[in-house]
Write a protein that binds this ligand. Sequence first.
Ligand code: AR6
Length: 168
Amino acid sequence: MRIILVQGDITERRADAIVNAANSSLLGGGGVDGAIHRRGGPEILAECRALRASAYPEGLPTGHAVATTAGRLQARWVIHTVGPVHSRSEDRSHLLASCYRASLGVAAELGAHTVAFPAISTGIYGWPLDDGARIALKTVRETPAPGVEEVSFVLFDATAYAEFDRAL
Ligand code: AR6
């Protein structure tokens, strides 16, 4: 599996699947989540609502992942995952690692060859970028994902890119 770093907006990424740093409601929010729903159009939200009504009446648990189609985005699928809110008093790293593992599992099941991730939890959820980058890269490297040939990390700004570059 090839791992590449890109600076930019994940909604513009040509990949079979892009990963959304969602919240457990699956009903949208700010950051990457807001951008994906804005650019992807209402189909994504409609599918999210259907998932809430069927498989996830209580919401998608932290560390889990589920796919919808990608509406008007270039990708075929959006894989929604819920990162942990960073805590100083409790180590939640396993939940952040679980987001990457679960998303790759869903990508492999879908038959995605290329997958793009944002830096999950490092925005509104407050995870320090250096640690978030380390967990992301380590987990992706260690997770077997049959059929997934390329994983890109799409980092929004130069600081995030530099932290991932250092961790890589
Ligand atoms: N493309 C790539 N990266 C982005 C983009 C973009 N278009 N927009 C922001 N980032 P965040 P979280 C970066 O806040 O911390 C939402 O309200 C951003 O700079 O999107 O997991 C959800 O509904 C940061 O490095 O996600 C949840 O409630 C990274 O993406 C909550 O935010 C993640 O920032 C999730 O918080």
